[in-house]
Ligand binder design. Structure first.
Ligand code: ARE
Ligand code: CA
Length: 462
């Protein structure tokens, strides 16, 4: 269940944090599809408890109250319509699913149902006391039983070894499969036993044949935070799905913040503590890490963030890169802004995915798909460049100007640098690069430029 289920020629997922279904449907049709994005990860689509006393924080969505499909992002009809329209635009939909636990807060939910966590009562599923592990708090990440059988931040912990609980979870996932979902981001997978997850994934039905070839299995990519310091390892979960690799964003953050030299990226891959690129989904930031006191690069350090994402997209190591798109915040618990005029100036939404440098690197990755890294070059410090076979070439500078004749494997011609511009009316609105008959090109990238990246590829040739 590691197959991405992407449409051919598309390669990147973007997490559309807190976007509502109506806006997402439009974004698939007008931007994500045309720009070559392969998929979107959506916020949890099932009913959650309303955390009114704390101003509807984003994290209320990680407190499930039932598996009915009504949230502030929209109801089941809107979700079904979005999934259909995104699939038709070439964009697959991956749902963030939360089934390690149920809501810790009591009261009413986004679908109008109620729960009483003190009695372990969730009548709209229904779950009752027998479906949960006995009460205990997670307070020791060195103890595997504590991590998997106790409550994550006080959230009542479901017992996935019980057939009844498994059936309810599989029923929820099957419902999403019926609507045309391509796979799942499994929240808090580390807090569940691998054998239980394997059984649950194996029971989920094949993908909807209206959109996918017969016999297609859903992708499962699991949140297993493993920085190498705890007994639970990502490798325990790669026999039956992919894992989100948290080391990846940390390492590239160090590099593009200047704490490790760019030249060292020549060996980028498993020797950096990363799992095999065929077992993972990689990313720079997500909704948790972007709130983790500067642990990783985010939109707040825009230049370095663009460089790290561009490197992730340009490099062949990982099969599935995931981008992030969310909203401006200062307060960590702040919920999403209003959804009218989303992405407009002043709307409160960052819309990282629409930044030219990021969206065009999604196109770069599609153009170079299937090629190896070639023609590696470095100044020995903070400048690097490399090709992707005869399809693309990219350069990065964190310090100093690149002004060099570099060898590429590209066909001769004039290329548009997709970082500084786009092709419009047969001309390039940004810099151009000429590849000569011998494959060499004069690359100019000044440290004074806003982005520190140059990227050319065969689909943006004049
Ligand atoms: C909220 C309140 C809490 C309150 C709780 C119950 O903030 O104060 O006790 O509700 O009422 C999100 C938020 C939480 C929020 C929760 C529920 O982040 O703040 O709690 O929703 O509303 C560990 C897990 C990992 C988890 C992170 C956050 O291993 O699975 O913690 N990440 C996922 C999601 C989160 C979500 C949840 C899980 C819960 O991505 O968005 O929580 O569904 C080390 C360890 C990691 C550990 C990390 C942080 O690095 O190795 O395993 O991650 O520390 O503790
Ligand atoms: Ca658990």
């Amino acid at each position: 269940q590691k197959n991405s289920n992407f449409q051919p020629g598309r390669n990147s997922i973007v997490q559309m944090f807190e976007w509502n279904w109506g806006n997402l449907a439009k974004e698939c049709e007008t931007f994500l599809g045309p720009k070559g994005f392969a998929g979107i990860q959506i916020s949890p689509p099932n009913e959650n408890v309303v955390v009114g006393d704390e101003g509807r924080p984003w994290w209320e969505r990680y407190q499930p109250l039932s598996y009915q499909l009504t949230t502030r992002s929209g109801d089941e009809g809107a979700l079904a319509d979005m999934i259909k329209r995104c699939n038709n635009a070439g964009v697959r939909v991956y749902a963030d699913v939360v089934f390690n636990h149920m809501a810790a807060k009591g009261g009413s939910g986004t679908g109008g149902n109620n729960c009483d966590p003190s009695k372990k009562s969730y009548p709209a599923v229904p779950y009752g006391p027998d479906d949960f592990h006995p009460d205990c708090m997670i307070n020791n990440y060195q103890d595997v039983n504590n991590v998997r059988n106790c409550q994550l931040v006080g959230l009542p912990d479901l017992d996935q070894s019980k057939q009844y609980v498994r059936d309810k979870i599989v029923g929820y996932l099957n419902h999403l499969v019926d609507l045309g979902i391509a796979g799942f981001r499994v929240d808090a997978a580390k807090h569940m036993w691998p054998a239980d997850l394997s059984a649950i994934y194996g029971s989920v039905k094949n993908l909807n044949s209206a959109y996918f070839p017969g016999g297609s299995r859903p992708l499962f990519y699991q949140e297993v935070i493993d920085y190498g310091t705890e007994p639970i390892k990502k490798g325990e979960y790669t026999g039956f799905g992919r894992v989100l690799d948290f080391v990846h964003g940390g390492q590239l953050t160090n590099v593009f913040r200047g704490q490790n030299q760019l030249k060292n990226l020549q060996s980028w891959g498993t020797s950096w503590g990363l799992a095999s690129g065929s077992d993972t989904v990689v990313f720079i930031d997500n909704h948790d890490t972007q709130r983790d006191n500067g642990r990783v690069l985010t939109y707040k350090e825009a230049k370095q963030y663009k460089m790290a994402n561009a490197f992730m997209l340009a490099h062949p190591y990982a099969e599935i890169p995931k981008l992030f798109s969310g909203y401006y915040f200062n307060d960590n618990k702040q919920g999403p802004p209003g959804q009218d005029n989303i992405c407009a100036e002043g709307s409160g939404w960052v819309c990282e995915h629409r930044w030219r440098q990021i969206a065009n690197m999604v196109g770069f990755r599609n153009a170079v798909s299937g090629t190896d890294m070639t023609n590696w070059w470095t100044d020995g410090y903070q400048q690097i460049a490399f090709g992707r076979g005869n399809k693309g070439f990219v350069a990065f500078s964190l310090s100093g100007d690149i002004k060099a004749d570099l060898q590429t494997s590209l066909p001769p011609g004039t290329y548009c640098d997709v970082i500084t511009g786009d092709i419009s009316n047969n001309s390039c609105t940004g810099k151009t690069v000429t590849v000569r008959g011998d494959g060499k090109a004069t690359i100019h990238l000044s440290s004074g430029e806003p982005d520190g990246i140059l990227a050319i590829h065969v689909s943006a040739k004049l």
